[in-house]
Design a protein around this ligand. Structure first.
Ligand code: ASP
Length: 285
């Protein structure tokens, strides 16, 4: 059993470092508890991501980055390596935990539901409408104002990859996207193989960073596909280098079917935490 989580690529302000590390470690523990209780890789990855969605310091769920008009449009996805099942949602405005909605899509026929349709599906599945204003934190507003002044692109997307006791792999990712993004913009997160990918016998990956480049480089799929030949560290690096040649930075957590894993980034920093039978840790490298 292994769980690895990330709290996004990008720079973390020094005064927030401790809280961010505590956040990813607590998310890891949530995921591990599910695995230790005999839960599936999918449920563990979703539990870890949902925890970080509720944590206001991360760019997912509550505390999501705001779009050009100052409101949240969330993207999230979960992939089950055992079945190659994929559940994605894009541009969701009124759901507290987009990853739980993505989890519902995983069990339905569509692979990706967007906007109003995603909200309708949420209601059908008993996920209540959530006040969009409650997703907006003071900090997200500050970052948005700052981004509009200085044209910086913040980050803090969250993700998890897991390997359960039965050897099943899963990946989950959730994000508010890039701060000040155009209304309707969808990033790499909910696209199969771009921000999220898992495949039995190979591995699982969750990406963060500049989605336009990560998506075109298919970083999550590229990393997983490179595992057998290169191992986790080099496979993740090669995938991110492909995005970098296109012009974008980012980070990846990558877990192989044999339990080896890596957390790699070309962005300035990426918070992450892990637990396996060999031990646990959390880092902001
Ligand atoms: N990859 C996300 C996106 O482009 C943003 C991020 O990771 O911060 O939507």
């Amino acid at each position: 059993m292994v769980i690895v989580v990330h709290g996004g690529a990008g720079r973390v302000a020094p005064e927030l470092e401790e809280a961010v590390l505590e956040g990813v470690a607590a998310a890891r523990d949530r995921g591990w508890r599910v695995l230790a209780g005999g839960g599936s890789a999918v449920e563990a990855a979703v539990a870890a991501v949902a925890y970080l969605e509720d944590h206001p310091l991360f760019n997912a769920g509550t505390g999501s980055a705001l779009n050009r008009q100052g409101f949240v449009e969330a993207d999230a996805a979960v992939m089950d390596g055992a079945t190659l099942g994929f559940g994605g949602v894009a541009g969701v405005r009124d759901v507290k935990n987009p990853i739980r909605l993505a989890r519902e899509v995983l069990d339905a026929e569509p692979v990706l539901l967007a906007g109003e349709g995603a909200s309708l599906f949420a209601r059908e599945r008993g996920i209540p409408a959530y006040d969009p204003a409650a997703l907006v934190t003071e900090r997200a507003l500050e970052r948005w104002r700052e981004a509009r002044r200085r044209k910086v692109r913040g980050s803090g997307t969250v993700g998890a990859v897991a390997l359960d006791a039965r050897g099943r792999l899963a990946a989950a990712t959730s994000t508010g996207g890039l701060v000040d993004k155009p209304v309707g913009r969808v990033g790499d997160t909910p696209l199969v193989g771009a921000g999220t990918y898992a495949e039995a016998g190979l591995g699982a990956a969750s990406a963060t960073g500049e989605g336009e480049y990560l998506a075109r480089a298919l970083v999550a799929f590229r990393a997983v596909a490179g595992l057998a030949e290169l191992g986790p560290e080099a496979a993740a690096r090669r995938a991110l280098e492909r995005a970098r040649t296109l012009g974008g930075e980012g980070g990846l957590i990558l877990l192989a079917t044999d339990g080896r894993f890596a957390a790699v980034h070309t962005s300035p920093q990426m918070s992450h935490a892990w637990r396996s039978p060999k031990g646990e840790g959390a880092a902001l490298s």
